[in-house]
Design a protein around this ligand. Structure first.
Ligand SMILES: NC(=O)c1ccc[n+]([C@@H]2O[C@H](COP(=O)([O-])OP(=O)(O)OC[C@H]3O[C@@H](n4cnc5c(N)ncnc54)[C@H](OP(=O)(O)O)[C@@H]3O)[C@@H](O)[C@H]2O)c1
Length: 255
């Protein structure tokens, strides 16, 4: 066993990471032949993914910087309907400089949010559907309520079907590929991520460990009916002066 030598201080002294450094550290592989599934989570030291049902209390300044960086680099932000409902998701907001960088690199101004929902049961009066900056995508199932699908489409959502009773991982990836979205950022939640993980579809996991204990009844970042081990290797470990630890893990074998 050895002391890790890949740790990088995030904000302390002369080696403080700039936003440009972060964009380089979190850049997607070039010329992706298929959607690259990156997931991002924050959790407490004791493994809680939320506090009283929300992830906000786990956030730190360093986590927010990486969260914003990951959003700027993504073609699409994929999220489960449970998280959309719990966190009252809205459109992704990219700042003026980020928009400029995206346009210069041939991307859209802001990535759309793609909600995965078997039931297509989403609040049309929520921030995501009420005057969205970018029309949301809803990825649902062929046996979802037809009236709900029609309501979502009428509200401006782009509705895609990718499975019969649930959104299959293969169907999800095919749908994103069909939309030309290969730099995928999955922001959870644990049910969606757990499914992607056991299906061996997670290419990369960015995880922030917030310097807190949370207790409570919150679960882990992944939940699924059965377990499946996937080998991952650390790409980097960043630390902030407040104790936040940010790691990036990539699936083995490396592409
Ligand atoms: N700490 C963090 O970084 C972080 C990140 C995200 C979420 N969270 C927390 O996680 C909690 C939510 O957990 P959750 O497990 O309910 O989240 P989730 O995975 O976002 O939502 C589960 C719901 O998403 C839909 N869904 C997921 N996978 C699906 C699939 N394969 N096919 C069809 N539909 C699918 C279903 O929606 P329908 O019921 O509409 O069919 C399901 O009920 C919240 O407390 C949130 O704050 C924390």
């Amino acid at each position: 066993m050895r002391r890790a030598n890949i740790g990088t201080h995030f904000t302390s002294g002369s080696d403080e990471l700039t936003d440009g450094d972060l964009r380089d550290l979190y850049s997607y592989p070039a010329d992706l032949p298929r959607p690259w599934i990156r997931a991002n989570f924050v959790c407490s030291i004791d493994g809680a993914v939320s506090v009283e049902g929300l992830s906000g209390p786990l956030g730190t300044p360093a986590d927010k910087r990486v969260y914003d960086t990951l959003r700027e680099l993504a073609d699409v932000v994929v999220v489960g309907a449970g998280t959309v409902r719990a966190e009252d998701y809205g459109s992704v907001r990219i700042g003026p400089e980020g928009r400029r960088r995206r346009i210069e690199s041939g991307m859209s101004e802001s990535p759309p949010v793609a909600v995965v929902s078997a039931r297509a049961h989403l609040d049309l009066h929520s921030r995501l559907f009420d005057q969205p900056e970018v029309a949301p995508i809803v990825i649902t199932c062929s046996n979802a309520d037809i009236a709900r699908i029609a309501d979502l489409a009428n509200a401006g959502a782009h509705v895609v079907t990718a499975g019969e009773h649930e959104v299959t991982t293969a169907g999800l990836i095919t749908a994103l590929d069909g939309l030309g979205m290969r730099r995928v950022l999955c922001e959870g939640g644990p049910s969606l991520f757990g499914r992607l993980a056991v299906d061996g579809a997670v290419d990369e996991l960015c995880i922030t460990t917030a310097p807190v204990l949370a207790g409570g009844t919150a679960g882990r970042i992944a939940t699924s009916p059965h377990a499946q081990v996937t080998a991952m290797t650390p790409a980097h470990v960043l630390t902030d002066a407040d104790g936040t630890v940010l790691t990036k893990w990539v699936r083995l074998p490396l592409p």
